[in-house]
Design a binder for this molecule. Sequence first.
Ligand SMILES: [Zn+2]
Length: 198
Amino acid sequence: MMENADPKVLALFKDSDALLQGHFKLTSGKHSEWYFEKIRLIENPAALEKLIDLLVAKIKAEGLDFEYVVSPAYGAIAIGFLAALKLDKKFAFTQRVDEKMTFRAGFSGIDGARAVIVEDILTTGGSIAEVVECLKLRGIAVAGIFVLVDRTGGDVKIEGRPVGSLMALKVQAFEPEGCPFCREGKPLAKPGASDKKV
Ligand SMILES: [Zn+2]
């Protein structure tokens, strides 16, 4: 299931306990060998910082021109903030208010700037597309989009842009009837702490 999985990156995710291997029931009802518990990233700052260092190196290598790092609340705030600090850029976050992605009123200096969007996990690209819309409304140009994990395996482009990631992977999910782990009699776990399931 791993494409473009650098062993060093993979080890860091495993060290943070964010990437679990086993037999999991997903919210879709399907079963999978892998589960992403992204809250563990925030819970393990030392491991997260190592991942952010790698992401920052990737962003720097692109030679992009931007003044801000922008991340959507809440999970990605710590990631984007630390990336901005290491990149010597400003930071802002977007949040949903009445279902609509928006900036807090206080981020007034960002209008007309150029921004790199940093998100933790790209699942469908939906929330990043909302951030892009939010930036456009403020006249902010998107210089780049980066995530720690691209769960689409690199398939999703946002407004024609590729998304930079530390790890691009596609997780195979099985209907219970066809699940090889059920057939092996492996105990099924139902993780539930995260708001986004693999
Ligand atoms: Zn199963």
